[in-house]
Ligand binder design. Structure first.
Ligand code: SAM
Length: 299
């Protein structure tokens, strides 16, 4: 593909992840805030469109909208309608406001959603999401609305915690029944509070039960197929393969290009909404890309 960016480690950039706002209606116990140190702000519509167009010109074809909580962004459907037509657009959301918005977002050009849901037990869900607005019923309604609107395939993002590890088989059953993909995510335990569940034990059980195992190119993620359920494991921690196969750049909610989720010392400030200028800045960010976890034995 003409113009596609490849970094000095031979990794292509094919995906862009934009945090549309730093605001969130939940307070998840473990949240990494997409790697933003002091999340504050809201990138303008003009800048989001400029970045998406520049990225498209550089061969990026996959755009993930995130936050904060992206469904809090005013005029989200209008913004999505302005995205370059060649981009596949997906959204990561907590789903609380999805029932109201799914249809208009689909009409605007959103392709699919990831919905973050760590428990199917109302009290556990409320506790993990910090009380206040953590209403499981609304997320379940949002999931149904997303399916109805054709935002498929729907992935359920489940961070494996001590609080939900015993519930993982039930969550997989729920996904099988609803035809969702279960995405089990290893906790990046930035707080050091020991919240992580035992993803190794869960993966070992999946491996023993699977009818079929597939390794995705992205991050070398393993997918397990068992009795009609599809379960993907995402392991970002201490994972040289994850980094060696990373294909994305991020844009923070205050308009900086972020080459790596786990670093904040190499950001590139976006100082213009001009597509040509943003292309230059994306190239600069690509030049700063470096695997966070490296296999030092082969370097
Ligand atoms: N508010 C949206 C949501 O809930 O999906 C988007 C932002 S949230 C930061 C994006 C994803 O990051 C969610 O699926 C969440 O579970 C995951 N996440 C947040 N903190 C994490 C952590 N410390 N380790 C692993 N995944 C994390």
């Amino acid at each position: 593909m003409p113009g596609i960016m490849v970094d000095s480690y031979g990794r292509k950039v094919t995906g862009l992840r934009i945090a549309l706002t730093s605001r969130c209606n939940l307070r998840c116990l473990y949240c990494h805030h997409e790697g933003e140190v002091q999340p504050n702000g809201e990138i303008s519509d003009e800048m989001v469109i400029g970045v998406a167009q520049a990225a498209a010109a550089l061969g990026v074809r996959s755009l993930k909208l995130t936050g904060g909580e992206p469904l809090l962004r005013q005029g989200l459907a209008g913004l999505i309608a302005h995205m370059p037509p060649q981009m596949k657009i997906s959204l990561t959301t907590n789903g609380i406001y999805l029932a109201e918005q799914a249809e208009s977002l689909a009409r605007a050009g959103l392709g699919r959603v990831n919905v973050s849901l760590d428990s199917l037990k109302p009290e556990v869900y409320r506790n993990i999401t910090g009380g206040r607005e953590g209403d499981l019923e609304r997320v379940l309604q949002g999931l149904d609305a997303a399916a109805e609107a054709g935002l498929l395939p729907i992935k359920l993002n489940v961070v494996v915690l001590k609080q939900n590890e015993a519930e993982i088989p039930a969550i997989i059953d729920f996904c099988r029944e609803k035809d969702f993909i279960a995405q089990l995510i290893q906790l990046l335990d930035l707080s050091g509070r020991g919240l992580a569940g035992d993803i190794d034990a869960i993966e070992a059980r999946l491996a023993a039960q699977a009818d079929h195992i597939h390794t995705r190119e992205m991050h070398r993620r393993k997918k397990y197929f068992l009795d009609g359920a599809e379960v993907e494991i995402v392991r970002p921690m201490d994972n040289t393969e994850f980094c060696a196969n990373c294909n994305r750049l991020r844009v923070t909610s205050d308009g900086k290009i972020k080459p790596c989720l786990l670093r904040s010392d190499n950001l590139v400030q976006i100082d213009s909404c001009d597509c040509g200028r943003i292309e230059e800045l994306l190239r600069e960010a690509n030049a700063r890309r470096e695997p966070y976890f490296k296999d030092i034995s082969v370097r």
